[in-house]
Design a protein around this ligand. Structure first.
Ligand code: CMC
Length: 374
């Protein structure tokens, strides 16, 4: 008897992992045993990276060591810098990122080239992604490429690389929290795609190139960019009800709502809602926050759907001065830690990932010579 099809592999348990646990019923997210709420409150992105890669929180000296390893890796190999400078300025930064990740594997100088399946590559990519994005974004604004800036944390460096100015403490901490929240999420589509690639014994850079391409889609990483389009369409608060109910009646999806795994509110949305309010207050600009609260109320009343991580991230990034097409790349600059942790886990206990399909086409068709085909 043919096995039942799980479209979208929904509820299929594909592998064992020690990295991340999501309790979709209770709205909990756990990295290596630690609740995301506590990590977002007490740790930094670098600590979380260490946790995801090595399976334990770092001591102070382990964290220092990691930081001093990451900072010089912010510098791009000259050949990659040149390549980024030749790519079309009209390109979407996710396409730049996908191309640059793939190119980095080719142009890394021999002496710093990490083993194709080693943690060195994970650290190289994590350190280099902000520089790749900053270099491209500054060039489209007519600016100079970013420098490594050893004194800046990963979050502060990402903001500096993009905005060409050092962020305030609040701005850097707000982004730090966002990076922590996005760092991993079990077998989401991009991580799965990275693991599928790794499961063929392909290298880490190829796996991450697959993941970047998968994250780009609006049903995954691209949703926060679309949330800002919705806010622009709504314009003023009185129109929220009309615009949202209109979309729902046309069976359109409201970006930033719903989740395959969470049946209650995504805990990342709860934390980002609060941070977007804090940043809004600091900048005296609560318009987006208030609009989104209204959208939330309408979507919940009409469809019973809860916000996901993408609802408040985009408006917070906008207040930080980040253009919309860099939202998904920022997601990638964080998720690269989770992707690489999963790829390394895949290498440890490798099994080729290869599901099957139920064939529903014809069989036994008679072959018609080309001259006789109509
Ligand atoms: N707006 C309107 N209706 C929705 C939405 C939404 N955002 N999400 C789900 N629904 C409805 C859907 O139309 C369907 O209704 P019905 O049963 O009447 O046809 C029902 O809810 C179930 O939807 P589904 O597509 O079967 O659920 P799914 O598990 O495949 O959806 C999802 C997960 C994230 C693709 C979906 O909720 C969605 O498209 N959301 C909008 C895009 C978005 O915000 N993506 C970011 C996800 S969080 C970031 C990440 O972790 O990657």
């Amino acid at each position: 008897m043919a096995a039942e099809i799980q479209r979208g592999l929904e509820d299929v348990v594909a592998l064992e992992s020690r990295i991340c646990f999501i309790d979709g019923q209770k709205g909990r997210l756990i990295y290596r045993g630690y609740d995301i709420r506590e990590l977002a409150e007490r740790s930094t992105f670098e600590e979380v990276a260490y946790l995801l890669w090595y399976g334990r929180l770092p001591t102070a000296s382990q964290l220092d060591e990691l930081t001093s390893r990451l900072v010089p890796l912010r510098e791009l190999p000259p050949a990659l810098a040149r390549e980024i400078d030749e790519l079309p300025l009209s390109a979407h930064p996710m396409d730049i990122l996908r191309t640059a990740v793939s190119a980095l594997a080719l142009v890394e100088p021999e002496e710093t080239r990490p083993g194709p399946t080693s943690i060195g590559g994970a650290q190289r990519l994590t350190a280099a992604l902000p520089t790749i994005l900053g270099r491209f974004h500054r060039r489209r604004n007519g600016g100079k490429p970013p420098e490594a800036r050893p004194g800046l944390s990963a979050a502060a460096y990402l903001l500096y690389a993009l905005l060409d100015r050092e962020p305030t403490e609040l701005e850097a901490r707000a982004l730090d929290v966002a990076l922590i929240l996005h760092a991993d999420h079990e077998l989401n589509a991009s991580t799965f795609s990275a693991r599928v690639t790794a499961s063929t014994l392909s290298d880490l850079y190829s796996s991450i190139t697959s993941a970047v391409g998968t994250l780009k889609g609006p049903l995954h990483g691209g949703a926060n960019e679309r949330v800002m389009e919705l806010l622009a369409e709504i314009g003023n608060p009185e129109r929220a009800e009309e615009v949202v109910t209109g979309k729902l009646s046309r069976h359109e999806r409201i970006m930033g709502f719903g989740h395959r795994v969470y049946k209650v509110e995504d805990p990342r949305a709860t934390i980002l809602r609060e941070w977007s309010r804090r940043v809004g207050e600091a900048k005296n600009e609560l318009r987006y926050y208030e609009l989104l609260r209204q959208v939330e109320a309408v979507v919940h009343r009409e469809k019973g759907l809860y916000p996901n991580v993408d609802l408040y991230s985009g408006s917070m990034y906008t207040l930080l001065g980040i253009p919309h097409d860099l939202f998904t790349p920022i997601f990638a600059a964080s998720r690269v830690v989770g992707w690489t942790a999963h790829v390394l886990e895949e290498y440890e206990d490798l099994r080729l990932i290869r599901p099957t399909a139920k064939y529903v086409g014809p069989t036994d068709l008679p072959y018609v010579p080309i001259a006789d085909r109509r």
